[in-house]
Ligand binder design. Structure first.
Ligand code: COD
Ligand code: ZN
Ligand code: ZN
Length: 374
């Protein structure tokens, strides 16, 4: 029996307030209105940003359904939707693409200027698509994927290859694309170059995969936790170093190791001191450093402008710089063509009802990515 046009009752993990446990609840999901898409979620990763929303480090309206790194199948579409249809495999997007604003029409922009309209977790008319116990439940970055069904807007949904394994390509919705794009799309790493990656969590590993795919000949991983080195080497790092093993600044260590030839550096930790270290570690004249880690909120950074005076480039990026609606399907095709291996990032696969265990693994630093399946 078709569910199109009807309210769907299903299970979702609802967060009623900051620092509360995620609660698996029965919720109602409204049918998609004009230009909306209702999606049956089949796999979702757990990302650090979801954890930030639980702890309050990232703002959200409550109650909320978190989750933003997923893949699923379109269940039904609202009036006017033309780019996806029921049955299509899709990835819900955390960056919309209106296709018309100055950012969308520029080949180098991916941060659509219309992004702020849905920042409150409700639609433009103030409504939400979810209810639980008679109360409206807000969405998270328009994705809300810790639920069996979600509703998104057409410009926030990308149709992907019908043969794609959803329990793997869900990572292309956030963490993988962020790191891989930082190397390929934002830094535009060149073949034969030397790269250094600060922070060897899931984002750092994805950066390494991007550097490798771009043809870098040396990729140096840097982390204060040497347990991270093995996996970093498995995804493509040619060597790994621990700043704690040296007394001199890490930028000097890298300079000596490479005969002063580090073309690209990446910061995937989210700390001011390592952002400066990464900047100082790329070549003083032609080097590029990309800030990928989310900087601490509302804190200013002081740095010596001489670091840039010689010609270095300092950049940042969101979702690796990809134009989400257009580039995410291409990344899925690249995965299908075996250009990279997502299995190297997936350390755990759990059923959705074990979501708490997934967050515990994240808190203890035991997982790179946990994928929840429905
Ligand atoms: N020096 C070297 N390594 C360090 C240091 C230090 N001082 N401090 C910590 N580290 C290491 C840790 O040992 C760890 O291995 C690594 O840094 C960080 O890894 P994780 O696993 O904590 O984090 P990730 O890889 O999941 O990445 C998260 C970031 C911290 C990079 C976070 O800022 C982020 O998610 N950035 C992506 C931003 C983005 O665009 N997201 C899209 C929307 S969610
Ligand atoms: Zn994320
Ligand atoms: Zn736009």
């Amino acid at each position: 029996m078709s569910t199109a046009g009807k309210v769907i009752k299903c299970k979702a993990a609802v967060l009623w307030g900051p620092n509360q446990p995620l609660s698996i609840e029965d919720i109602e999901v409204a049918p998609p209105k004009a230009f909306e898409v209702r999606i049956k979620i089949l796999a979702t990763g757990i990302c650090l940003t979801d954890h930030h929303a639980i702890t309050g480090a990232m703002g959200a309206n409550f109650p909320v359904i978190l989750g933003h790194e997923a893949a699923g199948i379109v269940e039904s579409i609202g009036e006017g939707v033309t780019t996806v249809k029921p049955g299509d495999k899709v990835i819900p997007l955390t960056l919309k693409q209106c296709g018309k604003c100055s950012s969308c029409i520029n080949p180098n922009g991916n941060f659509c200027l219309e992004m702020n309209v849905t920042a409150e977790g409700a639609w433009n008319d103030g409504t939400t698509s979810f209810t639980c116990k008679g109360k409206p439940v807000y969405n998270f970055i328009v994705t809300s994927t810790f639920t069996e069904y979600t509703v998104s807007s057409e410009s926030w949904v990308a149709k992907i290859d019908a043969a794609a394994p959803l329990e793997k390509v869900c990572l292309i919705g956030c963490g993988f694309s962020t790191g891989y794009g930082a190397a390929i799309k934002t830094a535009k790493v060149t073949p034969g170059s030397t790269c250094a990656v600060f922070g060897l969590g899931g984002v750092g590993l994805s950066i390494i995969m991007g550097c490798k795919a771009a043809g870098a000949s040396r990729i140096i991983g840097i982390d204060i936790n040497p347990h991270k080195f093995e996996r970093a080497k498995a995804v493509g790092a040619t060597e790994c170093i621990n700043p704690k093993d040296y007394t001199k600044p890490i930028s000097d260590v890298l300079k000596e190791m490479t005969d002063n030839s580090v073309g690209y550096t990446f910061e995937a930790i989210g700390r001011h001191d390592t952002m400066i270290d990464a900047l100082a570690s790329c070549h003083m004249s032609y080097g590029t450093s990309v800030m990928v880690g989310v900087p601490p909120r509302s804190k200013m950074l002081t740095y010596d402008p001489m670091l840039l005076f010689g010609g270095r480039t300092w950049k940042g990026c969101l979702l690796g710089g990809w134009k989400a609606k257009y580039d995410i399907p291409k990344l899925v095709s690249d995965f299908m063509a075996k250009k990279f291996d997502l299995d190297l990032l997936i350390t755990h696969v759990l059923p959705f009802n074990e979501i708490h265990k997934g967050f515990e693994l994240l808190e203890k630093g035991e997982s790179i990515r946990t994928v929840l399946t429905f």
